[in-house]
Design a protein around this ligand. Structure first.
Ligand SMILES: NC(=O)c1ccc[n+]([C@@H]2O[C@H](COP(=O)([O-])OP(=O)(O)OC[C@H]3O[C@@H](n4cnc5c(N)ncnc54)[C@H](OP(=O)(O)O)[C@@H]3O)[C@@H](O)[C@H]2O)c1
Length: 344
């Protein structure tokens, strides 16, 4: 491995304290880069070509200080990336300098060394996978958190089988656009719930049924189309959960991912767990999922995406210098698919 000297720098968006992204997130064009001394034997240094942001990035930034305590300030947000390998540790096998890869940074590395909203990322073989020729850097940059969460929910937790009926609540967002396509490719009959403007998008991704939460009686429509095996709740909608007996099979289950660090989320999670049916609760199980992204998952996801022509739905692409505008779009909660940030 070539040595990288201690004065090397990179560009990175960083924050030194929790707060609103417009107030705390700053561009540092001379942020210290990783050096040879930072390398572990199976580490890999990647020049980032594109990355994507996810709700967790602003949730962590804007939340209470005690949650961010484990972060090493100045902190770089971002977990997803696609780029080119510029250096490898001595134990790395099967990957070399110049290879194109995509990845999702591991949480322990993210907490200690920061994330991927930067031009250069130190990661390791467990977090990355070779980029198939048919996939662009921009598309692969959108895979990480959103694609893998959709995959783990549907494949590893629900274990979807052909013919099963699944609801994707929040079908037009980053996770939802992957979830509709993956569930359809697995042979499920998908019902997507979104606002009026996104119905056509969800249909085009493979939803057999679309429900407009703005103008339709969602529970009545679900009751008509169901009964369902699963609801993939990407919104944290306790109202819908509490009516589950009207549209879910007796053994049907909710899987949710939209957790955050707010008191309202904690209250809704407690209500799901403890509110008895007699007081308006649901008797169906609700599981809150956390993304694990094991190396096996990253490999299986990539192969499935290529085999089944799964696409990253791109809401918008921003230049690195305009990352704050990308966060503005993300925090609007109206993104249709993924928000990509390009480094050049
Ligand atoms: N636990 C984990 O490991 C994990 C992993 C990934 C994501 N997450 C969480 O999962 C949630 C979804 O993530 P994401 O990346 O998909 O978010 P996102 O891309 O920001 O979601 C935006 C989408 O949400 C839709 N939406 C907003 N309110 C809605 C409602 N009431 N009903 C239906 N759709 C609605 C919007 O469509 P309309 O304009 O049509 O309303 C928009 O297309 C976030 O809370 C995120 O933090 C958790």
């Amino acid at each position: 491995m070539e040595s990288i000297d201690k004065t090397a720098t990179k560009a990175a968006w960083v924050y030194n304290t929790n707060g609103q992204f417009r107030d705390v997130l700053k561009l540092d064009k001379e942020f210290p880069s990783e050096t040879s001394e930072d390398f572990k034997p199976d580490d890999i240094l990647v020049d980032v070509v594109a990355m994507s942001i996810n709700p967790v990035d602003y949730k962590l930034m804007q939340t209470y200080k005690f949650i961010g305590k484990g972060l090493k300030f100045p902190f770089v947000p971002g977990l997803d990336f696609a780029g080119k390998i510029v250096a490898t540790g001595p134990d790395v096998r099967g990957l070399k300098v110049g290879d194109h890869v995509w990845g999702k940074q591991a949480i322990h590395r993210y907490r200690l060394q920061g994330g991927t909203l930067t031009t250069r990322v130190l990661t390791d073989t467990k977090c990355i996978y070779p980029l198939p020729e048919s996939i662009s850097f921009n598309d692969a940059a959108g895979f990480g958190v959103a694609g893998l969460t959709a995959w783990e929910g549907l494949v590893e937790h629900m274990k979807i089988k052909p013919g099963q009926k699944v609801v994707v609540l929040g079908g037009s967002g980053g996770v939802g656009t992957f979830a509709i396509q993956i569930a359809k490719a697995l042979g499920a009959e998908v019902t997507s719930i979104s606002s009026t403007t996104n119905l056509q998008l969800c249909k085009s991704l493979g939803a057999a049924h679309t429900i407009d939460y703005k103008s339709e009686n969602v529970v009545a429509r679900l009751a008509e189309i169901g009964p369902y095996d699963y609801v993939f709740d990407l919104i944290n909608d306790n109202g819908l959960y509490n009516t589950s007996s009207k549209f879910l099979k007796p053994e049907g289950t909710f899987f949710g991912v939209a957790s955050d660090f707010s008191f309202s989320f904690i209250a809704s999670a407690l209500s799901r767990k403890f509110r008895p049916k007699i007081l308006g609760g649901s008797s169906h199980s609700y599981y809150d999922l956390r993304l694990k992204s094991e190396p096996k998952t990253i490999k299986e996801f990539t192969e499935f995406v290529v085999e089944n022509g799964i696409k990253t739905v791109t809401d918008s692409v921003y230049s690195f210098d305009h990352a704050l505008d990308a966060f503005e779009r993300l925090t609007s909660h109206r993104a249709k698919g993924k928000i990509i940030i390009k480094m050049d």
